[in-house]
Ligand binder design. Structure first.
Ligand code: SF4
Ligand code: SF4
Length: 285
């Protein structure tokens, strides 16, 4: 149970970089009747040989549905609670839960950074108790693994420069640099993959249905329905998965004919990626 704080440091940072996503920062003022925020942690394992596929999408989807179920159970038991769109990571840090590493990600032992967070505002009387449950050692002395691995040079010894992180840049449109460097659909996980806080996590095989849904040739042909169901429709519109698949395939020298067909895609970003891919890897448009 997290205490609701006024998150001034987060507000200053998010206002500077435009990363606030319209979430409130003064939580006691925004939710004067709430007694605490219940933190729900959905820990997940990375995929073994996942290629461009991330295990985060099913985890994020599952955490959402699980939080809805917990919300319903609490309310059915007479404990007033509601899902909240609040800065969960900043609230954890303000409560002393977990540690924000140089890569900017929150880690909570023993799960590392492979966690999806959900928060429920609780209106029935309850005492915040977060400090009792989470001890986290922080970054090991001298560790620079994420600094060395970040393809965008976004991490320094002082922390993350969010404006250089490709996950942030993607929100306002893809660049040729991202098409060149992105490794994982819908994001980047390189600084998580190398982080020793995640070293203990047992990797799982990619489920067959998932591997099939994210097959590059299939996505470039515009058949993204199954992958969109897994990753979530709200973040995969306008041919986003097709655009990303074009970049991955082109760098691997695959799917020239399918990429060429994308020049007449209804989606501008797909056409742009196809032009880039054909010019850079297949001798021109
Ligand atoms: S997510 Fe990728 S681009 Fe962003 S800081 Fe981590 S390694 Fe760098
Ligand atoms: S890779 Fe090392 S420095 Fe970077 S967040 Fe993980 S522990 Fe910290």
């Amino acid at each position: 149970m997290l205490k609701l704080h006024k998150l001034d440091a987060w507000h200053k940072y998010s206002a500077l970089y435009g990363t606030g996503c319209a979430m409130p920062h003064d939580l006691p003022a925004a939710y004067p009747d709430a007694k605490a925020a219940a933190l729900l942690i959905w820990a997940y394992a990375p995929y073994e040989n996942g290629g461009h596929i991330s295990s985060y999408y099913p985890a994020s989807n599952a955490s959402y549905h699980a939080s809805k179920a917990v919300e319903a159970e609490l309310n059915a038991a007479g404990i007033a609670a509601e899902r909240a769109f609040i800065p969960a990571r900043a609230l954890c840090i303000a409560n002393g839960v977990g540690h924000q590493g140089k890569n900017g990600l929150l880690s909570i032992a023993p799960y590392g950074t492979r966690i999806a967070l959900e928060t429920l505002l609780v209106y029935s009387h309850i005492e915040p108790d977060a400090e009792q449950v989470c001890a986290e050692g922080g970054c090991p002395e001298g560790c620079t693994a994420c600094i060395a691995a970040c393809p965008m040079g976004a991490i320094t010894k002082n922390g993350l420069n969010v404006t250089r992180c490709m996950r942030y840049i993607m929100n306002s449109g893809y660049t040729e640099e991202i098409w060149q460097k992105q490794q994982t659909f819908l994001g980047c996980e390189i600084c998580q993959a190398v982080c020793p806080k995640n070293a203990q996590l047992k990797k799982l095989p990619v489920p067959d249905a998932m591997a099939e849904a994210f097959e590059l040739r299939r996505l470039i042909a515009g058949n993204a329905k199954a992958a969109r169901m897994i990753a979530g429709k709200n973040i995969t519109g306008n041919g986003r998965l097709t655009m990303e698949a074009i970049a991955f395939a082109a760098r691997e020298g695959q799917c020239e004919a399918e990429i060429r067909a994308c020049l007449s895609s209804p989606f501008e970003q797909v056409r742009a990626a196809a032009k880039w891919a054909l010019s850079k890897y297949f001798g021109g448009i």
